[in-house]
Design a binder for this molecule. Structure first.
Ligand SMILES: Cc1ncc(COP(=O)(O)O)c(C=O)c1O
Length: 462
């Protein structure tokens, strides 16, 4: 491809992107495909001869997009609804063009320094003290795995050389995200040593239950290592009581990790200060701007007050990566398992500048307002019940008619293509989750989706 051919094709691609954003509501949120449809439509082997960009773009439009779940759709309400907002999309194009690997400062001074500057800005927006050092990972799962690695290094420094000792224990709520348990599996703590602490009122981790578990484990000769609190649980967005958990962590000399992958984004709002309670005492906090701050997937931020522990756990510098500026400026590879580092900060920098704090706050408030309005509609319809407090931009509800009816309702809405909802189980009962978070979602979209839910409910239960 010559630069001129690239220019023509890029203009065509960008035109497609702008049209996609404009007309996205015309697409079904969930694709109308059966398993294997796309695989059958594509050749089993790559082409021998070069193909034109026109034909590749054409297949992208005709085959790939119709088989895609439209995550950037304003009526995508499953899992956590997210936004790849236009400033971040532009930045993704530039990131690919620069194609840097920011493993050490010298390999891209811009990538290293912009990551530090942008995460400093975000730290201010989140109200975190200046001592928190931030690092970008791809996902919250990997951020939390790094937090557990640091916890292991703090409690059992011998692990780096000897391997994970037996008997380290991690505590998290029974509603914590599965990534905490997976991290325990991955770093050798073992699944059975990731304890699930019972929740109490509002689905918050019970402090007394945690204390009892720790006592029992210590009496059995085990070593409490880490408490993982969640701010905005996946199932129903509940918020664990971080401040008392921080006290326990200090007393027991454990690491305190806060998984605020989703809920932490709302801490940008001054009026949501309760979300930040206890954060200053945490050893690490993960927040995913790709879940709540308009940044295209993937961008997760891990802040830690103890970067030296992270570095001690993971830094390993072979001869070929030594540079003359080592020691003068951070080499971000020293704080992560991965050596390679995409220039992800560029997209967060674009988004933060393009929205500004005020724009970001307005966007977050709009999500919360739409969730509260939806909660009111659910409560006003006698066929439904709200199943968890609506604290953030997630509404959990079900049909009083029961699990089967609720599941059938979710499936009917999803099959209609109008919206995409997901589910969880709370207290043994099937619950529909409707998460709000796309930058294009309007009050009118929400009214339309609720009307669709009511229409399908009418068909199912009258
Ligand atoms: C609370 C929480 N933590 C962690 C994760 C994992 O996120 P990621 O996909 O970035 O690994 C999720 C995903 O929804 C989540 O809700």
């Amino acid at each position: 491809m010559t630069p001129e051919e690239f220019r023509r094709a890029a203009h065509e691609a960008v035109d497609w992107m702008a049209d996609y954003m404009t007309h996205i509501r015309e697409l079904p949120v969930l694709p109308r495909v059966a398993p294997g449809d796309l695989m059958r439509a594509l050749p089993g082997s790559a082409p021998e001869e070069a193909e034109s960009i026109e034909s590749i773009l054409s297949d992208f439009r005709e085959l790939i997009v119709p088989a895609n779940t439209q995550w950037n759709h304003p009526r995508f309400h499953a899992y956590f609804s997210v936004s790849g907002a236009p400033p971040g999309i532009l930045a993704e194009m530039l990131i690919a063009t620069l194609n840097v690997n920011g493993m050490v400062w010298k390999s891209s001074p811009a990538a290293t320094e912009l990551e530090m500057v942008t995460l400093g800005w975000l730290r201010e927006w989140l109200g975190l003290p200046g001592e928190f050092f931030g690092l970008i990972h791809d996902t919250a799962s990997l951020s939390s795995m790094h937090a557990l690695l640091a916890a292991r290094a703090m409690v059992a420094p011998e692990s780096r050389v000897e391997g994970t000792p037996k008997g380290l224990v991690v505590y998290t709520s029974e509603h914590a995200h599965s990534s905490i348990e997976k991290s325990g599996i991955a770093i050798g703590i073992g699944q059975k040593h990731v304890r699930k602490v019972a929740v109490g009122e509002g689905y918050r981790m019970r402090v007394d239950a945690l204390e009892q578990m720790i006592e029992e484990d210590k009496a059995a000769g085990l070593r409490p290592c880490c408490v993982c609190a969640t701010v905005g649980t996946t199932s129903m967005a509940s918020v664990d009581p971080v401040a008392p958990l921080a006290d326990i962590a200090r007393r027991e000399q454990m690491w305190l990790h806060v998984d605020a992958a989703y809920g932490g984004n709302f801490a940008v709002l001054p009026e949501m200060g309760h979300l930040r309670e206890g954060w200053a005492e945490a050893d690490s906090i993960v927040v995913n701007p790709h879940k709540g701050l308009l940044t295209p997937i993937d961008l997760s931020v891990l802040y830690t007050r103890r970067p030296e522990v992270m570095r001690g756990a993971l830094s390993l510098v072979p001869e070929y990566l030594k540079t003359a500026t080592d020691g003068e400026m951070a080499n971000l590879m020293d704080y992560a398992v991965a050596l390679g580092r995409r220039f992800r900060s560029l997209k967060l920098w674009f988004v933060m500048r393009a929205y500004g704090r005020k724009g970001m706050e307005a966007y977050l408030r709009a999500q919360l307002a739409m969730a509260r309005e939806l909660e009111g509609w659910v409560r006003a319809d006698g066929r439904f019940e709200v199943c968890a407090p609506v604290e953030l931009s997630l509404v959990c509800f079900r049909l009083k008619a029961g699990d089967d009816a609720s599941r059938a309702l979710m499936e009917a809405v999803n099959e209609s293509g109008h919206a995409f909802l997901s589910h969880t189980v709370l207290g043994g009962r099937f619950v529909i989750r409707l998460a709000i978070g796309n930058y294009q979602t309007t009050a009118e979209d929400m009214r339309g989706t609720w009307a669709k839910v009511q229409e399908e409910a009418g068909r199912l239960v009258g």
